[in-house]
Each structure stands twice: as structure tokens, then as C-alpha cells.
Design a protein around this ligand. Structure first.
Ligand SMILES: *Cc1c(COP(=O)(O)O)cnc(C)c1O
Length: 217
């Protein structure tokens, strides 16, 4: 599907939900996509991209950022503590803050570097053992912990279980955000972004619907 078609679907979903046009930002998820597809979307003028891995991002984005000024990069995948410094140099936002050790490392480096990307706490709304994120029951305490470290926490992120109605998970994430006074909601992917927008998503993360299937491996 083309970028303009996705933009149109986002606009319609915002309208259907009675939301301000442009209030749901489109993160084009470029992980494991062939270079020519990503360049095509850059040439169309899109500037907000999501990646899953620090190493892959470091390998391909600096050159594109020289060629296409104004690119904003968001890290969506799990972050190992030993890659935090590198990630803070590459990304404008990190959506996968999910444990105290990572929060403490971010705080220490933010002090040292004098800047920090915008942060989202990932919540494992489906409580799936194989998935990253804090369990919903621990979210309030962890959010308080991140805030006590003076980190720029802007919102929450979730990836609903594949086999459940995502709207229930989006609604749960929104409830946790509301009671903690957080504005940002990173939720909704290729197959459910319209439902996420209906539930208040401020950032939808769309990969395959824009770029086509990913390269494997
Ligand atoms: C890969 C990925 C996406 C995009 O998934 P699509 O189904 O291709 O839209 C969104 N969010 C996260 C965290 C991802 O890892």
C-alpha cells in the first residue's frame, strides 16, 4: 500500500474518532526493509521512522540522514543496557523502556551527555512471558520510578497479543496513561492502527503495510 493511502486511512480514522487531524503521528517502521523501499518513502517526504535494532540503525541511517535532513528516528525494539549510550546518540525517542536497570542507565547517561531521547514505557498488556514490557499491575510503580530519575517520560507503548482483540489492550494502555497523566500512546501496527487511533493512539507504528514484507534473517 502506498504511503499516501496509509496517510489517508489515518486521516479517516482520526476523523471518525472526532480527533484533530495529525494528532496520530505515523512512524514508518523500516526495519529489515530493502534500501530502495526506504529511500522511496524518504523521497516522498516522510521523515519519521522506527527501527528495532541499534546495530542495524547505526549501519544504514547516518548516510540517509545526511542526504535527507530532518529525519526523526524512534527505537521500538528491546534495548540492551550495554547499547544504551549508542542508542541515545542515534534515536530521538525510545519506546521500549521496561526495567529499572535500563532506566538508571538512561538517567546516568542523560546526566553525562546533557540530553535524552523522549521515552515511552512499554507495557506487556497481554502479560505474555516471551514479550518485553512491564506487567500492567507494575506499571504505575515503574512509571513513578522513571519519573523520580528525572527522565523525559512522554508516554506508554504496547504490542497486543496476536490472537486477541487489540482494542481491549489499547483501552487498557490508555487507562494506565490517563491515571498517570501521560499524553503519549504508541500503539497500532499495520493490521490494527485504525482501532488504535479510535482508542487514542498518538503514534502508530506501521511497517509492512507501507513497505511490503520484510527481508528474513
Ligand atoms: C515490526 C514492528 C512494528 C511494525 O509492524 P508491521 O506489522 O509491519 O506494521 C511495529 N512495532 C514494533 C514494536 C515492531 O517491532
Amino acid at each position: 500500500m502506498s504511503l499516501s493511502e496509509i496517510r489517508e486511512r489515518i486521516r479517516k480514522a482520526e476523523q471518525a474518532a472526532g480527533r484533530v487531524p495529525g494528532s496520530a503521528r505515523l512512524i514508518a517502521v523500516s526495519k529489515k526493509q530493502p534500501a530502495e523501499r526506504v529511500r522511496h518513502v524518504l523521497k516522498e517526504g516522510h521523515r519519521l521512522f522506527g527501527e528495532n535494532r541499534v546495530q542495524e540503525t547505526a549501519g544504514k541511517w547516518p548516510a540517509w540522514q545526511e542526504e535527507f535532513p530532518g529525519v526523526e528516528l524512534h527505537l521500538l525494539g528491546p534495548l540492551q543496557t550495554n547499547k544504551t549510550r549508542q542508542a541515545m546518540g542515534l534515536f530521538d525517542a525510545i519506546h521500549s523502556v521496561d526495567r529499572p536497570k535500563l532506566a538508571r542507565t538512561l538517567a546516568r547517561l542523560a546526566d553525562e551527555l546533557g540530553h535524552c531521547p523522549d521515552l515511552f514505557v512499554q507495557v506487556n498488556t497481554g502479560e505474555e512471558p516471551q514479550k518485553a514490557g512491564v506487567p500492567p499491575a507494575d506499571a504505575d510503580a515503574f512509571i513513578a520510578e522513571v519519573r523520580a530519575l528525572d527522565l523525559p517520560l512522554v508516554g506508554l507503548m504496547c504490542i497486543p497479543p496476536a490472537d486477541e482483540e487489540p482494542s481491549l489492550h489499547f483501552a487498557l494502555l490508555r487507562k494506565i496513561a490517563e491515571r498517570n497523566g501521560l499524553q503519549g500512546l504508541s500503539m497500532g501496527m499495520s493490521h490494527d492502527f485504525e482501532r488504535a487511533i479510535a482508542q487514542g493512539a498518538t503514534h502508530v507504528r506501521i511497517g509492512s503495510a507501507i513497505f511490503g514484507p520484510r527481508e528474513t534473517g
